[in-house]
Design a protein around this ligand. Structure first.
Ligand code: SF4
Length: 291
């Protein structure tokens, strides 16, 4: 979301006595939540108690199950990283919530297993990533960023070993290079990984398991810096809204809704007057007719 608040570079980071203000502690999903819909951000991170959420989504269960299976695949000794290990890996951490019934859940399990089998066939079992579900954290003048990258690979680059950010995707629609290029989350992971591992990290990849495709982008120093500035702008907007509310401003005005197609999939649709018009989705709608 484009920022609407006037900004100045340095003074805005200083308190009335010249002391730096606290850094904004954030993850990519926290920043993304505000960028998608400030009202949803408020429901998730500001309002206490948190407004009631809808029931769990089957597609989130599916995504979590697949991510955990891949994490545990890499936790195996290299000589046991074989497709035959996948059924028990997937079964042991399968998340059951949100499905319509046992038949749908069983069919989705089989689909997920096929995705995983096809995907691990493209991997070198002997290759150890730099990190799997690895938290990377770093600071800017505005942000204290931390995030958990699905995988960080080590690959040969023009100037020696480089880090590569890998993000698994399990949604229905495919992804392209523009998705990888435009992702603030991936850029922030790359930017943080450079600092954590002290090596170049410019390449970011979205691995879409349902289609077995990889959408990639090679960042530059400038494009990473641009994404960091974007994240800082979002953080400043959030801090300004939170400060205004603390000073007595109307929370509804400071965290406006951004109704649209996301509302049907929003956990807070039932709590949000702006989302009431959005067509309701069943918790299992997104996994229906998978495969
Ligand atoms: S229902 Fe729509 S407008 Fe309301 S919080 Fe969710 S995404 Fe925002």
């Amino acid at each position: 979301m484009a920022s609407t608040r006037p900004r100045t570079a340095v003074p805005e980071q200083l308190g009335f006595d010249g002391m730096p203000e606290r850094l904004f502690v954030c993850t990519p999903s926290k920043l993304g939540s505000f960028a998608d819909c400030p009202r949803r951000y408020r429901y998730s991170y500001v309002d206490r108690p948190t407004p009631p959420k809808g029931p769990p989504w089957a597609h989130n269960s599916l995504g979590a199950s697949v991510h955990t299976a891949l994490k545990n695949w890499y936790a195996l000794p290299t000589d046991r990283r074989a497709p035959g290990a996948l059924p028990s890996l997937l079964k042991s951490t399968w998340v059951r919530e949100g499905y319509r019934d046992a038949d749908q859940e069983r069919a989705t399990f089989q689909t997920a297993l096929q995705w995983l089998e096809s995907y691990v066939a493209t991997l070198d079992p002997a290759e150890e990533p730099l990190g799997v579900e690895r938290v990377v954290a770093t600071k800017t003048a505005v942000l204290a960023f931390n995030g958990r990258a699905d995988r960080i690979d080590s690959r040969a680059g023009d100037n020696g070993a480089e880090a590569v950010i890998v993000d698994y995707k399990t949604g229905r629609s495919g992804l392209d290079a523009d998705d990888a290029r435009g992702s603030m989350a991936l850029a922030l992971y790359a930017w943080a990984a450079q600092r954590v591992f002290r090596r170049p990290c410019y390449r970011v990849e979205l691995h879409h398991l349902p289609t077995g495709t990889v959408a990639a982008h090679d960042h530059t120093e400038e494009s990473l810096a641009r994404q960091v500035r974007r994240a800082e702008d979002t953080a400043r907007d959030i801090m300004a809204a939170e400060k205004a509310v603390a000073a007595g401003a109307d929370p509804d005005a400071e965290f406006p809704p951004n109704p649209g197609s996301l509302c049907s999939w929003c956990d807070f649709r039932r709590s949000c007057p702006a989302g009431a018009e959005a067509p309701a989705k069943e918790p299992w709608t997104a996994v229906d007719r998978l495969g």
